[in-house]
Design a binder for this molecule. Structure first.
Ligand SMILES: [Zn+2]
Length: 218
């Protein structure tokens, strides 16, 4: 059990981090949050949105789930958690960007190629959830084939980001905000092994290094 270890870490957080950000936390508590970005990423413990974007509390509205998946808009669906985050972020927080961030060595994408026991009902939710990533597997297989397994997995992870961007477009709140020019959606891919980020260029239909973006300086 990790309780003691976490209690010790929390004490360190209060002593070191909280004192540095005390004013910011107080402002956020009184004024409320107004994040500009909805960041959808994997629950993977190695992908930490605030760390890899070097952002602070209040900057990102984050939805993390297994495989950074976005179920398509479907009235009456039982699967509402990610959809609620999207609708809240766009309709109430008025975020300016939605970023779907996939990553290398994603266990969810790897699991698409592993046999699952149809009689095993103990992980039924996981099996059903991963159905939302099946299109990515088919796209990667069609492009890369099965021979080079690493290449196939890296392609699946990237196709998975592109598929979720498409699903985002099925949400009426997203469609409205896009038409009004108030929202941008982006696909990112994070390399766990190097810390590098790529973004999806929909015109060239490929991922490019985020480092190549021209950054305006004041
Ligand atoms: Zn993952």
């Amino acid at each position: 059990m990790q309780l003691e270890k976490l209690a010790k870490s929390h004490k360190e957080f209060k002593e070191k981090y909280l004192s540095e950000y005390a004013t910011r936390f107080q402002e956020l508590a009184v004024k409320g949050q107004s994040p500009k970005v909805l960041f959808i990423s994997c629950s993977d413990s190695r992908v930490i949105p605030n760390l890899i974007t070097h952002t602070n509390p209040g900057d990102l509205f984050i939805d993390r789930n297994v495989g950074n998946l976005v179920p398509p808009f479907q009235p009456g669906s039982e699967c509402t958690a990610v959809s609620a985050s999207i609708e809240y972020a766009v309709a109430h927080l008025h975020v300016e960007d939605i970023i779907v961030c996939g990553h290398s060595f994603c266990g969810a994408c790897k699991a698409l190629y592993e046999e699952s026991d149809p009689n095993d009902t103990k992980t039924e939710h996981l099996t059903r959830w991963l159905e939302y990533a099946k299109e990515s597997k088919l796209s990667a297989l069609a492009m890369v084939g099965r021979e080079d397994k690493d290449a196939l997995l890296r392609a699946t992870e990237r196709f998975n980001v592109i598929a979720q961007l498409k699903n985002l477009l099925s949400y009426p709140v997203v469609q409205d905000a896009l038409e009004e020019g108030k929202l941008f959606i982006q696909g990112w891919y994070y390399h766990i092994e190097s810390g590098d980020l790529e973004y999806f260029d929909p015109i060239e239909h490929r991922f490019k290094a985020l480092d190549e973006i021209d950054i305006k300086t004041d």
